[in-house]
Ligand binder design. Structure first.
Ligand SMILES: O=C(O)CCC(=O)C(=O)O
Ligand SMILES: [Fe+2]
Length: 245
């Protein structure tokens, strides 16, 4: 085998998830509401996934953000069956996050608990009438941005989601930073800009996170978005675990 050949046993997406530093990610989630995975997808996987964008048969719907006041740029929700590596990553990442989600809800006094497997959770979604898949592929050109928002698609939601940067910052695009804003009770909002590498993911709180105060645990509200892309094209893929109404 030549030095540049692709290794025959490239790790599967689920194996890559197992190799992540989950104790660090959990600590980052607990202290900031967002954790970085480090390298997750290889550049060629990123390029292949972004390359699905023009293939309408892969998607169930397309949203032009400006039409809804969501920002500028567009995205498409994948149709079932979800493509690889999304199909494998979604249950593998869910299984790691479900215990953290349950611990957070316990701390916040929220009754909802999450099954250990994504299949178990999706059964609950489907029973609640949330049956449409939510993983999506986003495409931004120069001048595009994504307004601060929360990805809630019905009453039932999983408290974490993940976004993977598919383009190479600095060469494929400039600007376009993934950003979270925390709204704290009776305090001014706090921005957090998340520096992602190509193939790296951010895992973050969908709606709120628990913060330990002097008088017990309180809830901090989070929204996320993307600052203006200054040049080039930026693709991301979003893994949301709850299905949509
Ligand atoms: O493009 C991004 O970095 C963020 C996309 C987004 O809003 C999401 O994945 O939910
Ligand atoms: Fe989002």
């Amino acid at each position: 085998m030549s030095a540049i050949a692709k290794p025959r046993n490239a790790p599967s997406p689920a194996a890559r998830v197992d190799d992540l530093d989950w104790s660090r990610i959990e600590a980052e989630l607990d202290s900031h509401g967002v954790g970085l995975t480090g390298p997750l997808l290889a550049p060629e996987d990123c390029v292949a996934l972004a390359g699905l964008y023009p293939d309408g048969s892969r998607f169930r719907s397309r949203i032009v953000m400006a039409r809804h006041g969501f920002g500028s740029g567009e995205y498409q929700y994948f149709a079932n069956p979800l493509p690889e590596p999304i199909a494998s990553l979604r249950p593998a990442v869910y299984a790691r996050l479900a215990p953290i989600a349950n611990r957070w809800n316990e701390a916040l006094g929220i009754a909802q608990r999450y099954p250990a497997t994504l299949d178990g959770f999706l059964t609950l979604c489907h029973q609640a009438g949330q049956t449409r898949p939510t993983p999506l592929l986003l495409k931004y050109g120069a001048g595009d941005y994504n307004c601060l928002h929360q990805d809630l698609y019905g009453d039932l939601f999983f408290p974490f989601q993940m976004v993977i940067l598919l383009s190479q910052p600095g060469s494929d695009f400039t600007g376009g930073e993934f950003t979270l804003v925390e709204q704290r009770p009776r305090m001014q909002s706090r921005p957090e800009v998340v520096p992602l590498a190509q193939g790296e993911a951010a895992i973050f709180a969908v709606q709120h996170r628990p913060v330990q105060g002097t008088r017990g645990t309180y809830r901090v509200n989070l929204r996320h978005g993307v600052s203006r892309v200054r040049s080039g094209e930026r693709y991301t893929t979003g893994l949301i675990f709850h299905d949509a109404k």
